[in-house]
Design a protein around this ligand. Structure first.
Ligand SMILES: Nc1ncnc2c1ncn2[C@@H]1O[C@H](COP(=O)(O)OP(=O)(O)OP(=O)(O)O)[C@@H](O)[C@H]1O
Length: 299
């Protein structure tokens, strides 16, 4: 089960995951699932908060899949993964001749491609001020204009956004548009961290063990009990993704029936998480701080 989010868009424009794929029996994850299910039936913008690797994209897929738009496209865009000028043309498309090398006949952007479906804007805090302004217009008018074009095109799209930043704090620091924040901060969901729901660790371990056994053609039966203790004691800054990566490493390195506690301890200490290639834990700095009267400009 490898997330497709490192690509600009989801493969095939289909939301693969449902609420059944979101594992865990803890009260925290159950309450997040229950809340997210309710969002399925309401056709409003959703903002998903949560640390890196908690499963925000999983939740976005699942919400789309219980919504009336479930037979429509699901387009996932990682706003931090693409340079600003490219992101603009990817999101809004372009007209023929819009720039050197623009395709004959122009190109549809993700908003047009997501028509009658859902667009998932991951790491929305990384959007430039200019793109935030354009997004606000889409959310107000449900119309887009391709780059280099002067025609408005109507789009019927539901936006689900996600962030691992404190968006309200970024607004206070004038690093995110207040008007956009209030427009998207309607239905909010906080996905709990793994350390807040440690009781879910065994079910996740079993799941990833099965996946990795299959992937690497092994038949490992489990982890020594002391190894599970190490898992419980760990802080999991990379959350479920970190657990997934560590299970992969443990399965690769184990040739016995059981993964040894020492190997678990070593894996957790030596290299606890894979670097997150596109997320920055630094506050975004590329949106200039206005001298006065911030966030008042009209889109
Ligand atoms: N509750 C869960 N049950 C099963 N797998 C999960 C769960 N939560 C996360 N995962 C796994 O963790 C990986 C990361 O999930 P996802 O990409 O949805 O996290 P994210 O919060 O969107 O991360 P980021 O903030 O880095 O974009 C997924 O590939 C998935 O395998």
């Amino acid at each position: 089960m490898v997330s497709s989010k490192r690509k600009i868009r989801s493969r095939g424009h289909v939301a693969k995951y449902t609420f059944d794929d979101i594992l865990g029996k803890s009260a925290k994850i159950k309450s997040a699932i229950e809340k997210a299910r309710r969002f399925g039936s309401v056709d409003a913008t959703v903002l998903i908060y949560g640390e890196t690797g908690v499963g925000k994209e999983f939740f976005a897929h699942a919400i789309h899949n219980v919504s009336p738009r479930k037979d429509g496209p699901f387009i996932a865009v990682n706003c931090a993964a693409v340079p600003e000028n490219l992101l603009e043309s990817e999101l809004f498309g372009y007209a023929e001749g819009a720039f050197t090398g623009a395709k004959k006949g122009g190109k549809r952007g993700f908003f047009e491609m997501a028509n009658q479906g859902t667009i998932f804007l991951d790491e929305i805090s990384e959007m430039s001020d200019k793109l935030q302004t354009r997004l606000l217009r889409v959310l107000q008018e449900y119309e887009i204009m391709r780059l280099g074009d002067d025609r408005l095109i109507s789009v019927d799209v539901r936006v689900i956004a996600a962030t691992n930043s404190d968006l309200r704090g970024l607004v206070e620091d004038r690093l995110f548009r207040a008007d956009l924040f209030y427009r998207i901060n309607v239905l909010t969901l906080l996905v709990p961290t793994l350390r807040e729901r440690r009781e879910d660790i065994p079910v996740l371990v079993d799941h990833f063990l099965g996946v990795c056994n299959q992937k690497f053609q092994k038949n490992i039966k489990g982890i020594e009990p002391k190894g599970i203790d190490h898992f419980y004691a760990h802080d999991w800054p990379g959350n479920t993704r970190e657990l997934q990566n560590i299970m992969e490493r443990l399965v690769i390195l184990t040739d016995d029936d059981y993964i040894s506690a020492d190997l678990v301890a070593e894996s957790l200490i030596v290299s606890p998480i894979e670097p997150h290639p596109f997320s920055s834990h630094e506050p975004p700095t590329r949106i200039p701080k206005p001298a006065k009267a911030p966030n008042k400009s009209q889109p």
